[in-house]
Design a protein around this ligand. Structure first.
Ligand SMILES: C[S@@+](CC[C@H](N)C(=O)[O-])C[C@H]1O[C@@H](n2cnc3c(N)ncnc32)[C@H](O)[C@@H]1O
Length: 248
């Protein structure tokens, strides 16, 4: 936090402990410490967050990108899809997934949607910042962007409503609309699943991030809609965090 308040990198800060902290930096740093102690996430204070090797602007209007979501990006990049695939990121928030995919695969045509205009403004700034091409749409789930898609990726809200009050204080600073997944956490995931057969091209795929102990319910719902479960991917904590679905 001191490095961020000073505008220097952390290594420089550690290598030069003799450097005197300018008084204006100390003022910012002390106010940040107070806000941090009151539960404000460090990334909100700093205004940005690292994700998949890039720095993303964040505000209280978007979910702070999580390390688990990098597993979704990695899984999507491992899929065998066309070099010029049409890709849709549903619930883009800061745009971290869409921007990362567009940066890694510049020939993919990446679109991203969110129901929050405030989130889309942040995503727009991140698209510009990283110089990638991502088309942004405002709308409910995938309704605003025209199919067919070779790949649909989504990290939709998946926390059960009843658990929201039990989350750590920092997580409660994320927008409720980015967390609340309804009674069992899967309202939005199920709604997207039901739409996937319409959205995906033949042999198209979907990569979804989900919460702990949700994979069986998601797999069952996917099979009921006629999709095949191609992969269930565990995160470093052992939770089946990412599921890959395939249009038959
Ligand atoms: C868990 S956050 C994920 C943000 C970002 N993709 C990430 O991984 O950090 C979920 C996002 O979905 C959006 N969202 C929630 N319900 C939605 C809906 N019905 N249609 C479109 N977006 C929705 C929220 O506004 C939020 O930005």
């Amino acid at each position: 936090m001191l490095a961020a308040a000073w505008g220097v990198d952390e290594v420089t800060l550690r290598l030069h402990p003799e450097r005197k902290v300018p008084s204006e930096v100390e003022t910012i740093y002390r106010s940040w410490l107070e806000r941090r102690a009151a539960g404000e996430p460090a990334h909100h204070l700093k205004g940005s967050c690292p994700f998949w090797g890039r720095e993303f602007l964040v505000t209280p209007e978007v979910l702070v990108p999580r390390p688990e979501t990098e597993l979704l990006v990695q899984t999507a990049l491992e899929l065998a899809v066309s070099a010029t695939a049409r890709v849709l990121d549903v619930g883009t928030g800061s745009g971290c997934i869409a921007v990362s995919l567009a940066a890694e695969r510049p020939r993919w045509r990446v679109c991203a949607v969110d129901r929050s205009q405030a989130a889309l403004s942040v995503a727009h700034r991140n698209v510009e910042r990283h110089g990638v091409e991502v088309e942004l749409f405002l709308g409910d789930l995938a309704s605003a962007a025209a199919p067919p898609w070779d790949l649909v990726v989504a990290n939709l809200p998946y926390i059960p409503s009843g658990d929201l009050g039990k989350l750590p204080v920092e997580v409660q600073r994320d927008p409720p609309a980015a967390l609340d997944g309804g009674a069992d956490g899967l309202d939005l995931v199920r709604a997207l699943l039901a739409d996937l057969p319409r959205l995906l091209r033949v042999c198209g795929g979907a990569v979804l991030e989900i919460g702990e102990n949700q994979v069986d319910a998601v797999a069952t719902a996917a099979v009921e809609t006629g999709l095949a479960v191609a992969r269930r991917v565990r995160d470093t904590g052992g939770c089946e965090r990412v599921v890959v679905l395939q249009q038959r």
